[in-house]
Design a protein around this ligand. Structure first.
Ligand SMILES: Cc1ncc(COP(=O)(O)O)c(C=O)c1O
Length: 397
């Protein structure tokens, strides 16, 4: 156990809750984490009912529980339930926000060098189709967004600040509250990609000052795959023009008129995988039961310890940026492609991932890195698992 923020993270009970820990050393929580038992049970309970009684009928039986998911997600990020829309991935949630923004020719949008590739592709499309300009904010020497540089870039043509809280391919945590202050001071919309941070650390949308935030279930939140969510600040809702409308998002459809619903659900689709929705809500409840400050403290400790031990191995270069670093640990092993490292670790039942320019093109290109091994830690991981990783890498290097 580690002492964290005055409370103990009971690692033994987290592991007892997590069947997958019996099979693998799972260091791919930034890819897709291991679901804990309450999440698995919620999904099974829902699916069993669906199998036995029918999809629409089950949805009605679970209506209150499904409705409660919005309150739980809202509580997780300090929002209102009416500010939450459920989507089938973080990317779709993000798309619903980004493509609904009224951007026009000549507008500038400011983002990070570490932006996730799908967001980057959307910026390029908006550049090509709408004539907007996409600019990256310089980083500080330690690798996070330079808030003073951001402020210096702002003029009346900047119509969006859009960036990640934690990138996909390095440990850095961006100073989002400072960025939010700049956005607010200048009245510029702020879209935050919190895909790697929700579930990893405490999130408070008021404190951050973002207008829109997107997240997924399967990563640090430890819910199922195929589901995520979008937050839109209620005062900001009317500034977006939803790219799609349908029966759930525009419920009053007369022969020649439709009305958008009044809450963030206007960005949803009617059809959903409700078992996964319930699983995501249960995962958020589970994380809050442990305590996000406590989870964060432990993840940071595990990340720091792994970086130090890996860094001591000859032939290993740790590649993480950040004055504040989280649970994503990236490194290269001399003479081996990261894919080979991943395969060799997999033979020892150690799960890691890799990052290449395919996931964070600008950052990898600017730092001249072709590929890195990505080991990502969650609170249920142990010091012994770090030692297993380090021992396995030592043999390879
Ligand atoms: C920073 C970041 N943003 C967005 C995404 C996309 O999430 P999803 O695959 O749920 O659409 C990822 C996925 O790895 C990510 O790391």
């Amino acid at each position: 156990m580690l002492v964290a923020a005055g409370r103990m993270v009971d690692v033994a009970s987290l592991r007892a809750d997590t069947p997958g820990t019996e099979n693998v050393v799972h260091l791919n929580n930034a890819g897709s984490s291991l679901m804990p038992r309450p999440v698995i049970d919620a999904i099974h309970r829902y699916l069993d009912h669906e199998v036995g009684y029918g999809g629409y009928e089950t949805q009605r039986v679970f209506a209150n529980e499904l409705d409660h998911v919005y309150s739980t997600l809202a509580e997780l990020i300090n929002a209102e339930p009416s500010e939450i829309a459920i989507s089938d991935s973080a990317t779709r949630a993000w798309d619903m926000a980004f493509y609904s923004l009224p951007l026009e020719k000549g507008d500038r949008i400011l983002t990070t060098t570490t932006e996730y590739v799908s967001n980057w592709a959307a910026y390029l499309q908006a550049r090509d189709e709408k004539g907007i300009s996409v600019e990256t904010i310089p980083n500080t020497p330690t690798g996070e967004v330079d808030v003073a540089a951001l402020e210096a870039m702002i003029d009346g043509t900047v119509k969006l600040i859009t960036l990640n809280h934690i990138p996909t391919n390095t440990g850095v945590v961006n100073p989002v509250s400072d960025i939010g202050r700049v956005a607010r001071d200048h009245g510029i919309p702020f879209l935050l990609d919190a895909c790697q941070s929700v579930g990893q650390l405490p999130i408070d949308v008021d404190e951050i000052g973002c207008d829109m935030l997107t997240a997924t279930s399967r990563k640090f939140l430890r819910g199922p795959r195929g589901v995520g969510f979008l937050y839109v600040r209620s005062e900001f809702l009317e500034r977006l023009n939803p790219v799609f409308v349908e029966l759930h998002t525009a419920p009053v459809v007369l022969p020649d008129r439709y009305e958008l619903r009044s809450d963030a659900k206007r960005f949803e689709t009617w059809e959903k995988n409700y078992a996964n929705v319930l699983g995501m809500g249960t995962a958020a409840d589970y994380a809050m039961g442990i305590g996000l400050p406590e989870i964060w403290e432990r993840i940071r400790e595990l990340g720091a310890s792994a970086r130090q031990l890996l860094g001591e191995i000859d032939g290993v270069a740790v590649r993480d940026l950040g004055a504040v670093k989280g649970g994503i640990v990236t490194f290269e092993v001399d003479g081996l492609h990261s894919l080979e490292v991943r395969e060799l670790l997999s033979e020892r039942s150690i799960n890691v991932s890799i990052s290449t320019p395919l996931s964070a093109p600008i950052d990898m290109h600017e730092r001249g890195i072709d590929d890195v091994v990505r080991a990502s830690f969650h609170a249920f991981n142990t010091e012994e698992e770090i030692e297993q990783l380090v021992a396995a890498i030592r043999v390879m290097s």
